[in-house]
Ligand binder design. Structure first.
Ligand SMILES: CC(C)(COP(=O)(O)OP(=O)(O)OC[C@H]1O[C@@H](n2cnc3c(N)ncnc32)[C@H](O)[C@@H]1OP(=O)(O)O)[C@@H](O)C(=O)NCCC(=O)NCCS
Length: 226
């Protein structure tokens, strides 16, 4: 009976040690969350309450297991993290530094996805395969990319550095660096900070048929308004 306070103390000490280690090893990620989420009030809030961070911490462990071929254990832990956070990051994915998943629920990152440094993704984002093919079948996301809520980036495509994928976009073709893409299927609306006039620019159009339909729709709307 006398040993119970001792056991409680040991458990508490282990918990504090775990939190301290996470705070040290994931310092940059916590700071990134503070920088990129205006709602984040403190370091401790992010550390304890941000599901995106918790999912990333588990992923870093599962990825180690995956690399030494402990696939079952890796997947088991990853599924546990999914249950706890609503975020599914396959242990085989490769994720860069200062990755931040805001809100997180419903995020899925596939086995062969590659994510660069300083990437921000919101809830409901899928970095998925486009079919049932094997090998590299998930996207490669460049550095400093933002992927808006609900966006789906599908297949072995590349999203270039500093690009922005709009909310709910479905991206099925490569996106050049410094571009903003929106819509289904995604089309470029901005390149190198300049707005793209879709009626004049067919060079950077991801889906020219869709853009032609949109232009026609705009003209019909104008006529109907008259
Ligand atoms: C894409 C986005 C970054 C806007 O970029 P922007 O370059 O400032 O774009 P603009 O507002 O100038 O819009 C450019 C065109 O794209 C359209 N557009 C913007 N966002 C869009 C979207 N998500 N889906 C479809 N069309 C969109 C605009 O209506 C506009 O169309 P128009 O030229 O025919 O008028 C922004 O709309 C977005 O989707 N952000 C995601 C943010 C997010 O996920 N937040 C989650 C918080 S929890």
């Amino acid at each position: 009976m006398n040993c119970i306070p001792g056991i409680i103390l040991i458990i508490l000490a282990l918990f504090v040690l775990k939190i301290a280690l996470i705070a040290i090893f994931f310092y940059q990620e916590v700071r990134t969350a503070q920088k990129r989420d205006p709602a984040a009030k403190s370091f401790l809030e992010v550390l304890f309450l941000y599901q995106g961070l918790h999912a990333l911490i588990t992923y870093r462990v599962t990825h180690l297991f995956y690399k030494i071929h402990l696939y079952f254990l890796a997947r088991m832990l990853s599924q546990l993290a999914r249950f706890m956070t609503g975020i599914e990051i396959h242990p085989g994915a490769r994720i860069g530094k200062r990755f931040f998943i805001d809100h997180g629920m419903g995020v899925v990152i596939g086995e062969t996805a590659i994510v660069g440094d300083d990437v921000l993704i919101y809830q409901g984002v899928t970095l998925g395969g486009a079919g049932i093919e094997k090998g590299k079948r998930h996207p490669t996301i460049g550095n400093n990319v933002v992927i808006g809520t609900g966006a789906k980036v599908l297949g072995n495509i590349i999203v270039g550095d500093n690009s922005y994928v709009g909310a709910n976009a479905v991206v099925i073709k490569d996106v050049p660096p410094n571009a903003t893409v929106v819509g289904v299927p995604a089309r470029i609306t901005k390149q190198d900070g300049k707005k793209i006039d879709t009626s004049l620019d067919h060079m950077r159009t991801l889906d020219p048929i869709m853009q032609s339909i949109e232009e026609l729709q705009k003209r019909i709307d104008k006529l109907e308004n008259k």
